[in-house]
Design a protein around this ligand. Structure first.
Ligand code: E4P
Length: 289
């Protein structure tokens, strides 16, 4: 199979195991990039081996394994991107994220450094982008957060900044995650396009197809979705495809001024806080700090 001509969205794999990357490339004939996160990475056999021995890895080993994993993935998506996430809990300060981000960025030639959309994460992004570092701003659950990402990273080149709205986790609490994607894409139309919208937390084929229909810049999905997509002959949704949001409540569009300073947007979101808890707990469960 090869890339469909009418595909306007970059296709990323969401995962932490290089064998899966190879499998997707085999299935689709191409892959534009990969996203990882602490939860996905700690599913890799290197981490599980420590766990099987009833031990925790040292922090040094944890980062060593993470580096080995992305070093293996990087050349498989040579012209694309691999997102590597900094460790962040509620006490992690911007300075720490900046120094870790600078280190992670040097691991491979095609890295995007993942940072949470919190006050400290945005502060770190502002500094990193100023140093020419590519970033992927994660745990996005609101249009305000996407506006703050836009504003904090002004001046960056197109493709150097991703914002990752998590559609599945919004659906989980009854809100239509795909309506947030539509809203952010609409809001960014008035901007300079330096931020690319990366649809994350994709749980089903409809999330994937709707992302293509909306012409989101990037969609990242697990291997299971690409198996289904390849079985369907890599179908692209027609103009008349209707996304069925069932009983989910649509998130309403807000008029936001992208020329405002990032600090002026209301970036607080309960799911961002919960997401930070989950990622840091999954990492700490296997790492001895
Ligand atoms: C990718 O960048 C995200 O971390 C990932 O899609 C989150 O997915 P989940 O909500 O299924 O954990």
């Amino acid at each position: 199979m090869s890339k469909p001509n009418n595909l306007n969205t970059k296709i990323f794999l969401d995962g932490g195991i290089p064998e899966e990357t190879k499998e997707v490339i085999e299935l689709l004939g191409f892959l534009d990039g990969q996203t990882t996160n602490p939860t996905l990475i700690t599913k890799h056999p290197s981490f599980l081996a420590c766990q099987a021995k009833g031990e925790k890895c040292t922090e040094e080993d944890g980062w060593k394994y993470y580096r080995e994993i992305v070093t293996e993935i990087s050349p498989l998506v040579e012209k694309g991107s691999v997102s590597i996430e900094v460790y962040a809990d509620h006490n992690t300060e911007a300075e720490e994220m900046v120094s870790k981000g600078l280190e992670l960025f040097k691991w491979i030639p095609n890295a995007h450094v993942k940072l949470p959309i919190t006050h400290e994460g945005l502060k770190a992004a502002e500094t990193l982008v100023g140093k020419g570092i590519r970033v992927n701003m994660t745990l996005c659950f609101s249009q305000d957060q996407a506006a703050a990402v836009y504003s904090a990273t002004k001046g960056a080149k197109k493709g150097d900044v991703f914002v990752s709205p998590f559609v599945g986790r919004l659906d989980d609490r009854g809100e239509n995650g795909m309506s947030l994607i539509r809203n952010i894409l609409e809001m960014y139309k008035s901007g300079d396009s330096h931020v690319e919208v990366l649809v994350a937390s994709v749980r089903n084929m409809d999330h994937f197809l709707r992302s293509l229909q909306l012409k989101a810049d990037i969609v990242t999905s697990p291997l299971s979705i690409y198996k289904l997509w390849s079985e369907s002959g890599m179908k692209i949704p027609e103009e008349n495809y209707v996304y069925d949001n069932g009983a989910l409540t649509n998130i309403l569009y807000k008029e936001l001024d992208l020329s405002k300073d990032w600090q002026e947007f209301n970036i607080k979101h309960e799911l961002t806080d919960k997401g930070i808890d989950r990622f840091s707990q999954d990492w700490n469960a296997l790492i001895n700090k």
